[in-house]
Design a protein around this ligand. Sequence first.
Ligand code: ASP
Ligand code: MG
Length: 422
Amino acid sequence: MALIVHKYGGTSMGSTDRIRNVAKRVAKWARAGHQMVVVPSAMSGETNRLLALAKELAPAKETESYSRELDMLAATGEQASSALLAIALQAEGLESVSYAGWQVPIRTNSAYTKARIESIEDTKVRADLEAGRVVIVTGFQGLDELGNITTLGRGGSDTSAVAVAAAMKADECLIYTDVDGVYTTDPRVVPEARRLKTVSFEEMLEMASMGSKVLQIRSVEFAGKYRVKLRVLSSFTPWDIDINEEAASGTLITFEEDEHMEQAIVSGIAFSRDEAKISVLGVPDKPGIAYQILGAVADANIEVDVIIQNISKDGKTDFSFTVNRGDYAKTVDLLKEEVLPKLGAQEVVGDTKICKVSIVGIGMRSHVGVASKMFRVLSEEGINIQMISTSEIKTSVVIDEKYMELAVRALHKAFELEQAPA
Ligand code: ASP
Ligand code: MG
C-alpha cells in the first residue's frame, strides 16, 4: 500500500464523461489498496473563459486589487472540477471529499496570479485518508497570510500536485495529461521524436524552461528540491488497463544517481521562439559596464537569458543579450533613453526574428565534443550561429528563426535521438 498523488489536467477533466473516467481510474487505484490524493485542474477552457469575462468588464491591469479578483475568480474553476470529481467518486461507491486550497490550507505568499506555496497543512487530508476516503485537493490555488485566495500561475496545478506530494511524503506523484510523456523533442516538428522512459530532473528543468510545455517549470523545481518521484503519463489510456502496466507507463523524472536511467549523452532538443536579441554597440571596455546595462534591465523586471560580450578593439566592445520577445520594445527603449547616454555607447540594435535551439543531456558532463558536434551539424546545414551559451548539461544556440525546424530535425538525427540508447 502506498500514498499516491494523481494530478489530472484540464483536458482530462474536460467533460462529465471524462470526469467519470478519471473517477473510475482513481477508484481502480484506491481499490488496489493505495491511499489516494487527487489534484485536478479546472475543466479545459474554464480558466480562460473566466479570465475573459473579467477582461470584458475591465481591461487587464497589473494592480493588486484587480489581480486579487482575478485569483478569486479563476480559483472557482478548480473548485468546481474538484467537487464534480468527488461526486463522481462517490457514484463509484467510494468515500470521497474535496477541499479548496484555503480549506487544506495550502499557504502561499500574496503575489496574486503567480503566488508561491509556502506550506501545506496535511492534518485534515491525512485524517481523511486514514478514514478510507479519497481526498481531492484543488489545483492552482492557495491562501495568503491575510486570508485572500491566491493562484499559482497558469499551469499551476502541476505545482500544487507536486507540493502536496512533497508535504505528504507521497510515494509517487503521477501527472496525467493529454500527452503520454516527455519526448526527445516536439513530435510536431520531428515525427520520429521518441518518448523518453526516464529523464533526469535537471534535464527536465532545462527542457521545461525552454518551452517543452509538458509541466509547469515550478513543479519540476519543487520535485527536485523535495525529491518527489514524479511521472508524466497519459489520461487517455482506457481506465481499466492493468494497474502495473499503467504505473510503469509515461516518463519517469529521475534523480541522477538512479541507475535505471537511460544512458544517452543528449536526451532531448528544446527550442523556443520566445526570445529577441539586443546588442549595445561600441561600449567602452571598462569595469562596471555589464552592470550598468544589465542592472538597468533587471531593475525594470526584465529577464535576461543568453549574454555575450566580445573582446575589445580600441577600448570598445559590443555587448549582446536576449530577452523575452514581449519585453523587446521596452528593453530597447530603456537602453536608448536611460543607458546609452550614461554609457557613451554608440548604438542599440536588435532582432526579434531569432530562436533558441538547445541540446540537453546530463551525459554532456562527462563527454567532450558534444557541443562541437552540434556546431558541425548546423554548419553542414548552412545555419549561421549568432550566439552560444552553455551550461553543464546544455548547449544553446541563437539562430535565425526561419531555420528553427531545420536545425531541430538535423540535430535530432545527428544525435540519433529516434533510437533508444543501448
Ligand atoms: N486551470 C489553471 C490554468 O488553466 C491551472 C492549471 O490548469 O494547471 O492555468
Ligand atoms: Mg498543464
